[in-house]
Ligand binder design. Structure first.
Ligand code: HEM
Length: 415
């Protein structure tokens, strides 16, 4: 689905302070890198075009050799400190902090209503939703009347194609395969969907442990609240002690812990700066590799039994079980074996891609959605790290009401 359509800066109010949930600016007085003129837009469009300088120009003919043949990773150098799974952990964290679903890609947006639908804190609202009372469809109604335990579902047929012969689990889905989760973006690809599912199951296990510890002196609601606290604290510990230092470096992470924040200032409640959501935190897009080994299938050594695939393959024909790693589907082979994504000490883990100025070629055509997105998110003048920058829709009625014949010459329409 379309998401992340926070405007890149031009339209965002220039005040530093916002009520909770809104996007704001970290550097409200900083002048733009350049005036917004057609020449600059065209130059930047070229920079971000498929085949342009930002395109890693991967040979997408074979998802296996993209991983096993180092020559094919010349444009996707390894990151020595991060393993492959950190990309999707970073994406999962993003979805916990920032979400602007209000402006569909085809609609002009009111700048005053750019609202962040995530609480800008690492509180897992992308997992818990509004809690059992407000988001009952997330919770298993057969356990404690839906007040304590997340719903997950078995993938029929998965045991026959998994290395240990055990059935694997999936996010709960409605009859049209849409995941029943608090943030739809966490079903965008199989890896981030797997992390969402891992978090659901982690909560369920913690709930059982906490319930056993606390005993019957506490209500199920109190026990749920305690389990939620334990889950959140573990998650925050992981972000602080693993994700952050490995991503920004131990020295920088320690400096923030020792000396506090230098630029992020908020008055009533924290907000998400557009410099973060539209700019800096999109660094993760450059970490995505063109292909991954989703799982080992029935063999740890025979590559033909394993599920390798491109992250996205727009030409995949089987819509029920496409030959790529997109989310939104349930089929026997659509589950993740995490050994190549995170380090379990068994020598199977694969490195992440270095954070750099290129994007894997698969990201230049995100299954149709990005064709539209790309038209409107161009390489940015206001942020050095954002691959895309918001560009209002062409000939939007809100911007120009002239007849179509006039649009080619109108400076507003022809931009
Ligand atoms: C791995 C595959 C990923 C895919 C396919 C993906 C795709 C997208 C798409 C389509 C958008 C919305 C369109 C746009 O705003 O340009 C978006 C937004 C965004 N992405 Fe990613 N992304 C991925 C990973 C990541 C990672 C690893 C990070 C950070 C570590 C990240 C950070 C962001 C942020 C901050 C936004 C804006 C969110 C908002 O405010 O609503 N993404 N991504």
């Amino acid at each position: 689905m379309a998401h992340g359509d926070a405007d890149a800066g031009q339209l965002t109010p220039r005040s530093t302070f916002y009520d909770r949930g809104r996007f704001g600016r970290l550097f409200p007085t900083l002048p733009p890198f350049s005036a917004d003129v057609p020449l600059i837009r065209d130059a930047l469009s070229e920079l971000g075009a498929p085949g342009g300088p930002m395109d890693a120009q991967d040979d997408l003919s074979d998802p296996v050799t993209l991983i096993t043949d180092p020559a094919k990773s010349a444009h996707n150098p390894n990151n020595p400190t991060l393993t492959a799974g950190f990309t999707f952990l970073g994406q999962f964290l993003d979805h916990d902090m920032t979400f602007d679903p209000t402006s569909s890609l085809a609609r002009a947006q009111d700048p005053e209503s750019i609202r962040n639908f995530r609480i800008p804190a690492l509180d897992l609202d992308s997992v818990y939703g509004g809690g059992p009372a407000v988001s009952p469809y997330l919770y298993d109604q057969n356990v404690d009347e839906g007040r304590t335990t997340f719903l997950t579902e078995e993938i029929p047929g998965s045991a026959a194609v998994s290395i240990d012969g055990n059935a694997r689990r999936d996010l709960p889905r409605n009859s049209q395969s849409v995941a029943l989760i608090a943030d739809p973006r966490n079903d965008e690809n199989m890896m981030v969907a797997g992390l969402q599912q891992a978090m659901l199951r982690f909560h369920n296990q913690v709930y059982l442990d906490v319930a056993a510890d606390l005993g019957t002196a506490y209500t199920v609601d109190e026990t749920f609240a305690e389990a939620q606290r334990v889950v959140r604290w573990h998650y925050q510990w992981m972000v602080l002690h693993e994700f952050l230092p490995r991503t920004v470096g131990q020295t920088t992470a320690q400096d923030v812990l020792d000396n506090g924040l230098k630029f992020f200032d908020w008055r009533h409640n924290p907000y998400i700066p557009v410099e973060f959501s539209v700019g800096a935190y999109r660094f993760g897009h450059s970490q995505a590799r063109p292909s991954y080994r989703g799982n080992f299938g029935t063999s740890t050594t025979d590559l033909t039994q394993q599920f390798f695939a491109l992250l996205f393959k727009p030409t995949a024909t089987n819509q029920a079980d496409p030959d790529d790693l997109r989310g939104g589907r349930r089929a026997p082979r659509r589950f993740i074996d995490w050994q190549t994504f995170f380090d379990f000490g068994d020598g199977r883990v694969r490195p992440n891609k270095k954070i750099d100025t290129t994007l894997s070629s698969v990201l230049f055509d995100l299954l149709g959605q990005a064709r539209e997105a790309r038209r409107r998110w161009r390489p940015g003048t206001s942020s050095a790290t954002s691959p895309w920058r918001y560009r209002p829709a062409r000939a939007s009625p809100a911007r120009c009401r002239s007849p179509q014949s006039h649009q080619a010459t109108c400076p507003t329409c022809s931009r």
